[in-house]
Design a protein around this ligand. Structure first.
Ligand SMILES: Cc1ncc(COP(=O)(O)O)c(C=O)c1O
Length: 502
């Protein structure tokens, strides 16, 4: 969800309600019987109908991922296999044998649940142990585990924002819902800066005295665009204007850096690999949040930072204090996954190689890939109905599962498919995906890159779409460079495109 989505969603609902003959709020005001109860059911139905009309209604598919057949799943029929191309289990760690064995043995010894909150009966050696491992991963003094990173972000930002006196929070316009909600819950003053726009951020920071507490909240990998946050530059600005930095590395942990600590680690790859941490980008970030539910294949979230800050959140954040701890088996399995990925770069390198080859294949088919330096492959569709139809057709005709990404996760007009290869999507699977995408683009008459270029770029009205269209043909150096992937040096060349095949 991007920062404009709350306002836009409310706006569209309001507009739709007006179209629906002003049923709300007139019906509320003009209730014929003053003491008749509110019509809850009609309210829900109408709100849902409005979501269907504005294309933000969410449809779920039954996808049951099979540990023994990764990346395959069965649908609502156990006999029907589909290949999953949009999971955030980026490295297949959900079925890693070491993780599974650790989980099974812990489950047998310690049972299924933690038995309560950390304060009551859920504080256990598994929680302490993984927090130690996560602190080490990010080279921070301490870490704290939450039931998810949604909760970690919400709890941390809402606690800091509500307790730091007169705090102002600066939020990147593409920030995830968990941060948006955390900031909202804090009731602190919120200033949105344009995505990755350092001049805009600086202008906004400079408007406040240096001694006003400030938090800059941003991500390292923006999951729907694959763009990368300007971590070093934001740390510079934070220092200059007396702010602290809150960096969400959810889509980067396990995936970047010599030990999988994320983009902040990756930016000083050699220094980090040789054990020189002081003064690195990761060292300069105040709070890092991460998930155990994506590249680490389990569930849970965390923050890492200075011991005093972590203790403060532990002591004051309701989202940490008043909820049952993650089960011991999950904590133990997740810790094993973190340790596993600290010791090998093989999976994340293979994931990057597969990402590259799918990006190149789609680009050569003139299918509109939004180019970026990360492992995410956003394919622009630009229309909610069409994106859903493309996803449905991939599933029904080709047994390929790629979920459509629609409003409010992305703005209206920027709807897309989001493809995430893993190390185990074979060459055959990739070729099959490319054939299917080409077919679906043809059958539905979806716009190819050359079509987007024809209809845009002439000073169109929507600068956001213009920017997206520009990224269809802009060559971007991947964060995992050829050198880091042990490949021959990369030739500099424009992104290749075939002519439109409609
Ligand atoms: C950027 C970002 N931050 C936080 C989260 C929440 O993480 P979790 O799934 O652990 O709740 C997500 C989940 O999709 C995310 O994309």
């Amino acid at each position: 969800m991007y920062e404009g989505s709350h306002a836009e969603e409310k706006g569209t609902t309001r507009v739709y309600a007006a179209v629906m003959s002003h049923r709300w709020p007139d019906a509320i005001v003009d209730t014929p019987l003053a003491n008749s109860a509110f019509d809850y059911a009609t309210f829900y139905t109408q709100e849902l109908e409005a979501k269907k009309q504005n294309k933000s209604y969410r449809y779920f598919n039954s996808i049951n991922r099979l540990a023994q057949e990764f990346p395959k799943a069965h649908t609502d029929s156990t006999d029907r296999r589909v290949t999953v191309w949009c999971s955030n289990d980026y490295l297949g760690m959900s079925n890693n044998l070491e993780v599974l064995e650790k989980m099974q043995s812990t489950l047998k010894t310690y049972g299924s649940g933690a038995g309560g909150t950390r304060n009551i009966s859920g504080h256990n050696k598994h929680a302490e142990s993984i927090e130690g491992t996560l602190a080490k991963l990010h080279h921070k003094e301490a870490a704290l585990v939450f039931t998810s990173c949604y909760v970690a972000n919400d709890a941390t930002l809402s606690t800091l924002g509500s307790r730091l006196p007169n705090c102002v929070i600066f939020s990147d316009s593409l920030n995830h819902a968990s941060m948006i909600e955390g900031i909202r819950h804090s009731k602190a003053k919120k200033i949105i800066f344009d995505h990755n726009d350092m001049a805009d951020l600086e202008l906004k920071l400079a408007a406040f005295p240096r001694n006003t507490p400030k938090i800059i909240a941003f991500e390292s990998v923006y999951s729907m665009s694959g763009t990368i946050g300007k971590i070093a530059e934001i740390c510079d600005l934070a220092k200059k204007y007396g702010a602290i930095t809150f960096l969400d590395e959810v889509h980067a942990v396990g995936m970047y850096g010599p030990t999988g600590a994320g983009i902040a680690e990756h930016l000083d790859y050699e220094a980090q690999a040789s054990g020189h941490y002081r003064g690195t980008v990761m060292d300069r970030v105040d709070v890092i949040s991460g998930t155990l539910g994506k590249a680490y294949g389990c569930v849970g979230g965390y923050i890492a930072g200075k011991a005093s800050l972590v203790d403060y959140i532990r002591s004051l954040a309701p989202g940490f204090i008043f909820t049952t701890t993650l089960p011991p088996a999950v904590l133990a399995g997740a810790e094993r996954a973190v340790q596993y990925q600290r010791q090998t770069t093989t999976d994340r390198k293979m994931q990057q190689i597969n990402t590259r080859s799918v990006k190149t294949g789609l680009t050569n088919l003139d299918i509109p890939v939004l180019h970026n330096p990360s492992h995410i492959i956003p394919v622009l569709v630009g229309d909610a109905d069409a994106a859903k139809k493309a996803s449905d057709l991939l599933l029904s005709k080709w047994n390929i599962y790629v979920q459509a990404i629609n409003f409010p996760t992305v703005p209206v007009g920027e709807e897309r498919l989001r493809i995430t290869p893993t190390p185990r999507h074979s060459k055959e699977m990739q070729d099959y995906l490319l054939m299917a995408m080409d077919d679906v683009w043809g059958e539905l008459g979806l716009k190819r890159t050359s079509d987007w270029l024809l209809s845009h770029g002439l000073g169109g009205e929507n600068p956001r779409i213009e920017k997206l269209v520009a990224s269809l043909t802009t060559e971007v150096e991947p964060l995992w460079t050829n050198e880091k992937l042990d490949l021959p040096a990369r030739e500099s060349r424009p992104v290749q495109r075939a002519s439109s095949s409609g």
